[in-house]
Design a protein. Structure first.
Length: 215
């Protein structure tokens, strides 16, 4: 499974990239707003750090405007993927952009039916939001399982990005379901990394090693 980081913060992207496990980055308007800097310049900086798909979202409502915005973003770097919301206009834009060879990440997916339409429109990626779905009393991981069943039955080129991840169990469940990608916030990546028994084990080995006679 590929691992993306879900942030627009350059420091966090640099740090996680240095671990050697990072395959891409997703941003969204809220994450961009937190950085308080020029959007396109920030996307360009992210592309310099990570050599993989970098999602940047269009804000227009009409398909034709989304396409104009997307072309501008796609010109920043060959790795830019255009995030398009799951609406009727978004579907039209996805089809137009995909036909032009511009990869689309269809975002805010909350049902298997939406996922199917996004695949049909040619989306390279779809982003079902598991955490936000859990928040309204639904089962985010069941949604992933339904989408994976559909993808297993046909030969769409679409990859599933499990998004809105809240804890490491979301990540391991996604991996067990064969989801292609998980986009993970920095704090969840750190939680995946840490384990108290690892820390205790290291301390015990260090303490015992100190007792070994040295030449
Ligand atoms: C996906 O690409 C989104 O940026 C993201 O995962 C949103 O998740 P949130 O529910 O944590 O805002």
């Amino acid at each position: 499974m590929k691992i993306f980081i879900d942030t627009a913060n350059l420091e966090k992207i640099r740090e996680v990239n240095s671990w050697g496990i990072l395959d891409g980055v997703t941003t969204n308007p809220s994450l961009i707003a937190k950085e308080n800097t020029d959007f396109e310049a920030l996307v360009g900086e992210i592309c310099k750090i990570v050599n993989g798909p970098i999602s940047a979202e269009v804000m227009s409502v009409k398909a034709s405007d989304m396409v104009v915005e997307a072309r501008k973003l796609a010109a920043i770097n060959k790795n830019v993927v255009i995030k398009v919301p799951m609406t009727e206009e978004g579907l039209k834009a996805t089809k137009m952009l995909s036909d032009e060879g511009i990869p689309v990440n269809m975002t805010l997916v909350f049902s298997a039916a939406q996922a199917l339409l996004a695949c049909k429109a040619g989306a390279k990626y779809i982003s079902p939001f598991v955490g936000r779905f859990d928040d309204v009393g639904e089962d985010g991981m069941r949604l992933i399982s339904e989408i994976m069943d559909i993808l297993d039955s046909y030969d769409f080129d679409t990859e599933v990005i499990v998004a809105s991840i809240r804890h490491p169990i979301h990540v391991t469940q996604a991996a067990r379901m064969g989801a292609h990608i998980a986009t993970i916030p920095y704090d969840v990546l750190k939680k995946m990394f840490n384990h108290p028994l690892t820390d205790i084990g290291i301390k015990r080995f260090q303490d015992d090693w100190a007792k070994v006679p040295k030449k």
